[in-house]
Design a protein around this ligand. Structure first.
Ligand SMILES: [Ca+2]
Ligand SMILES: [Ca+2]
Length: 557
């Protein structure tokens, strides 16, 4: 069969399917026996359904380079390894990559930066980074990098110069920034002076310095204008290299315990970034579980703040998902989404939500749902359909197992499970990392790519739907309470003149998931997503959803 003929037949199939599922009020006519589409045909269908603008509402993939893919065989992931996996990332539909720190650092995680202008030699060279950006450009993928400026590394020349200066300073003299400007870059206090919490002794001196996280991470002083100018120069450097923006680390700790001052720093970072590149995308880590606090931080005008109140093991998403079978819990999903996103928009009308399920600091989704594949998938779709710029932590798209109860950081940053043979590309676990005692029940990336029912392919389809219907990411969320039936939760998304309604059966049972759509006769079923392979179907005016089934309606033309 020629390629053209195959394409034509595929188009015919797609067209017949689109007709077949276009009317929720089907009365059993000629379309009552819909043609079953393969995954590839469904993806084709979604690609034709619509597309998303090239803006900052993207689907981001968080990569820990160390554990992602090793190209040169030394066991440590590197930029060339990442480049070799760009087709994989693009194949899933991602349009953005967030790189955890790539600057030189003595630690495996690299959150203690010793040089903001270089690439850690274990990861590669600046030429590798430039190649990465150019390869991403070809694939429509933007790259943001971690901007770690609550603190530097202990070995950073700014800190070392300041430390040496203080060590040789006569005990009766006060530090003079004219002699060493870096003494103002950090928060030093003299022995005997009042100091806050988390101050650490500077060896060989009479001084202490603030180090909120560890002694290897001295906190920067945001009162210091010269320090801010240096941070601006760092941002200029990387935006000039072609990064699309920054993920701002530990924004709650710029001034620990002082929200208003942190908000001011975020405003400054946002304004500085957009003064360099008007399209720069900024997302901040503010680890607060209360949405009203996140709202306070949005008053900075910052574009995106990770939605901790919904993500993470304690977040709303996990509460609702693990409250399955309990309509009272499930029915809070849509209203909570409406309330939180409404509050964020009130604080910053231009905000872009930044939902996530997990990241390098928290347990993997597999652990949070005790390895239940259906809930791994459902969590993925709930995250991707919340709206905003959705973030996916590497390995989440294959439901990679973590170590369960083990709460240490290295175990949350385990090698990406590419294949069962543990050879090409697989990295060596960081020191202290415990691998899952039960192995990887959902399989490797390679295995899952061959299986239409895998978590991997579920993610592909969910992201394809998200990309096809731009109002999913960009729309205002409203609870469609009339359709909150049993454990079905319904959210309406409104963006310009486009709308959709997303219905989710957040339950491991199909019995309660029959939704009467007779009042929605001018809406059409345009997309469905099944976690267990059973179909989401219209039966007359009744929408029937399997366990963890999802249906999306748009107004009929
Ligand atoms: Ca390597
Ligand atoms: Ca700080």
């Amino acid at each position: 069969m020629t390629r053209t003929l195959r394409l034509l037949m595929c188009l015919l199939l797609v067209t017949s399917m689109l007709v077949g599922c276009s009317q929720p009020t089907s009365d059993g006519g000629e379309d009552s026996t819909p043609v079953e589409l393969t995954l590839e045909q469904r993806l084709e269908k979604y690609a034709e359904l619509g597309s998303s603008p090239d803006d900052n509402y993207r689907t981001w993939y968080e990569v820990f380079v160390y554990s992602f893919c090793d190209a040169n065989g030394d066991g440590i992931g590197d930029l060339q390894g990442l480049i070799s996996k760009l087709d994989y990332i693009q194949g899933l539909g991602f349009t953005g990559i967030w790189l955890m720190p790539i600057n030189p650092s003595p630690s495996y995680h690299k959150y203690n930066v010793d040089d903001y202008y270089e690439i850690d030699p274990a990861y590669g060279t600046m030429a590798d980074f430039e190649q990465l950006i150019s390869e991403c450009d070809k694939r429509g993928i933007k790259v943001i990098i971690d901007l770690v400026v609550n603190h530097t590394g202990y070995n950073h020349p700014w800190f070392q110069e300041a430390a040496d200066y203080l060590r040789f300073l006569d005990i009766k003299d006060d530090p003079d920034p004219a002699e060493c400007k870096y003494v103002e870059y950090y928060n030093f206090v003299k022995e005997g002076e009042q100091k806050g919490e988390a101050y650490r002794m500077l060896s060989g001196s009479n001084y202490y310095y603030e180090g909120q996280f560890t002694h290897e991470m001295p906190d920067l002083n945001w009162e210091c204008e010269a320090m801010r100018e240096d941070v601006k120069a760092v941002m200029e450097f990387w935006l000039d290299k072609g990064v699309a923006g920054f993920r701002v680390d530990a924004a709650k700790e710029f001034y620990t315990g002082a929200v208003e001052k942190n908000v001011e720093v975020l405003s400054w970072l946002q304004e500085t970034a957009t003064s360099i590149d008007p399209d720069a995308y900024m997302v901040a880590e503010v680890w607060e579980n209360n949405y009203t606090l996140i709202k306070s931080y949005y008053e900075s005008g910052f574009t995106s703040i990770f939605n901790y109140p919904f993500g993470n093991s304690a977040g709303k998403l996990m509460q609702v998902l693990n409250g399955r079978g309990n309509p009272n819990m499930v029915n809070t999903w849509a209203t909570a989404l409406q309330t939180a996103s409404g509050a964020y928009a009130q604080a910053n009308p231009d905000y872009i939500d930044a939902p996530f399920l997990s990241n390098h600091d928290v347990l993997r989704i597999f652990d949070n749902v005790k390895g239940d594949e259906l809930r791994v998938k459902m969590a993925g779709a709930m995250n991707l359909f919340m709206g905003g710029s959705a973030f996916v932590y590497y390995g989440e798209e294959i439901g990679m197992a973590g170590t369960g109860a083990s709460d240490d950081d290295p175990s949350k940053r385990a090698p990406m499970y590419w294949n069962t043979s543990n050879n090409y590309g697989m990295t060596t676990p960081p020191t202290g990392c415990k691998l899952p005692s039960g192995g990887y029940p959902l399989g490797s990336a390679e295995e899952q790519m061959e299986d239409e029912g895998s978590v991997y392919n579920y993610y592909r389809e969910a992201i394809a739907i998200r990309n096809a219907l731009p109002m999913i990411a960009r729309g205002k969320n409203t609870a469609e309470t009339a359709l909150n039936v049993g454990c079905v939760s319904a959210v309406r998304k409104t963006w310009n003149d486009q709308e959709c309604i997303i219905l989710m059966n957040i339950d491991d049972d199909a019995a309660g998931a029959q939704v009467d759509l007779s009042a929605y006769s001018d809406w059409s079923l345009v997309a469905t997503l099944s976690a267990n392979g059973e179909k989401v179907e219209m039966d007359g005016t009744t929408l029937k959803m399997p366990a963890y089934g999802i249906a999306i309606l748009t107004p009929s033309n």
